[in-house]
Design a protein around this ligand. Structure first.
Ligand SMILES: Cc1cc2nc3c(=O)[nH]c(=O)nc-3n(C[C@H](O)[C@H](O)[C@H](O)COP(=O)(O)OP(=O)(O)OC[C@H]3O[C@@H](n4cnc5c(N)ncnc54)[C@H](O)[C@@H]3O)c2cc1C
Length: 386
């Protein structure tokens, strides 16, 4: 077991830390106040640096590296701004992973290169108004009619809604209830019958486009079907890669909050002393570091496993759950260490705290991760409907 990064990984990490401090840091507070998603110029820069296809083979326009590299890059950027890191998350850990693992060669050749070049962003649309944690209750229906699927239904909380050029949509393809009838299909923006609800106003995640995705007799070519009915377990297996990206964001938020707290506690004075000289502050910094490092180790272990195809639901849920809960605790401590200034939008820690809450819910709540963990431990799933 080797805990050292290779020379190339260390160089990549150093380069992205420098890029983040120079390019992203000056933007972070602005983006929170005047929400806006990284624009085409940012996408071009990311594509030129090769960051949008780190994990994908060179033959599809990627860098042919591994998830450890994509995790390191996302982490370096998201410790300052998860928003700036999000296009890299979506490109390396989003629904494109489902296409890579379960699409046909033709589908891989069609969808992966434009993601790597930054020409398109693909979002995932699974959640519905009445199907979130209970995802297998989803009712959005796709019916084959000649050479097209006709889709009807409504999705909720889709990150990228209206902004992304393509959507991997979880749909019910047969009348079978539960997981059995579910598959996934790509729908391109601009397809007649596809529309979007108003942008959600969230407590955090400012700048992230998010909203409902609505299908009214929306016709898509049958070649866009990526996972046919009966493939729900495939969808959940490839979702491990998404959970890994989510874990990265939470770990990065821990790291960012810790960095800010270390700095501030040595600048701020109370009772004539730097506040870091008070043991109460030291204990909080230590607790923050304990959680950050533990979450980081789970993340790196999971990234290596994912690249080797051995990441289990147990481990990906443990990683996500621990990182999500840690990010909430660590950012709460950072706000506390900053005192009144921690509550002020002039400093980034309140934003980190708000963002941490969102990352915990997105991709399945910590409670649902614990349910996955317990089911894996005892080797059986429990029926929540009876
Ligand atoms: C910031 C953000 C980004 C998101 N991005 C996307 C996206 O891009 N695409 C997408 O499809 N979705 C997205 N979502 C939706 C997200 O996946 C769901 O919100 C999440 O899975 C929870 O579903 P729900 O909101 O319907 O809550 P519910 O399922 O209604 O859950 C409510 C509460 O009940 C608990 N609960 C439910 N069932 C059980 C159970 N069996 N046992 C114990 N507790 C239970 C939950 O843990 C939660 O605390 C996003 C959400 C957020 C907040």
């Amino acid at each position: 077991m080797d805990f050292n990064f290779t020379k190339e990984q260390q160089m990549l990490k150093d380069m992205i830390y420098k890029f983040t401090d120079n390019e992203v840091r000056p933007q972070q507070l602005i983006w929170d106040k005047e929400p806006g998603y990284p624009d085409k110029n940012w996408m071009k820069t990311y594509a030129e640096l090769g960051l949008l296809g780190l994990a994908w083979p060179e033959k599809y326009g990627g860098q042919g590296l591994s998830y450890l590299e994509s995790v390191l890059v996302m982490e370096a950027i998201a410790r300052v701004s998860p928003l700036a890191s999000h296009p890299i998350f979506e490109a390396n850990h989003g629904p494109i992973a489902t296409i890579f693992y379960y699409g046909t060669e033709e589908q891989r050749e069609k969808w992966i290169p434009p993601v790597c070049s930054g020409d398109i962003i693909m979002s995932v649309s699974m959640t519905e108004p009445d199907a979130g944690s209970a995802l297998t209750d989803l009712t959005t229906k796709a019916v084959l009619d000649g050479n097209e699927y006709v889709i009807n239904g409504q999705k909720r909380f889709c990150t990228g809604a209206g902004h992304s050029e393509a959507y991997l949509v979880y749909v019910r393809l047969t009348d079978d209830k539960g997981a059995k009838g579910i598959g996934a299909i790509v729908v391109e923006k601009g397809t007649p019958g596809l529309s979007f609800g108003p942008n959600e106003t969230f407590m955090g995640w400012r700048g992230f486009p998010s909203g409902d995705v609505i299908f009214e007799d929306c016709r898509v070519p049958k070649e866009n079907l990526i996972v046919p009915a009966g493939g729900f377990s495939k969808l959940m297996t490839s979702f491990n890669v998404e959970r890994l990206g989510n874990t990265t964001m939470s770990v990065a938020i821990c790291e960012g909050a810790l960095e800010e707290a270390i700095k501030y506690s040595q600048e701020r004075k109370a009772f004539g002393k730097q506040i870091v000289e008070f043991q109460a502050i030291q204990l909080q910094l230590a607790e923050m570091a304990l959680r950050t490092q533990a979450a980081q180790l789970l993340l790196y272990r999971n990234a290596v496993d994912a690249s080797q195809g051995t990441l289990t639901v147990l481990n990906s849920s443990i990683g996500k759950c621990f990182a999500n809960e840690s990010a909430k605790i660590v950012t709460d401590m950072a706000v506390n260490i900053f005192g009144g200034y921690g509550f002020s939008t002039e400093y980034p820690v309140e934003r980190m705290h708000r963002d941490a809450v969102g990352w915990a819910i997105a991709g399945g709540t910590p409670q649902m991760q614990k349910i996955n963990i317990a089911a894996s431990l005892v080797g059986r799933r429990f029926n929540h409907r009876k």
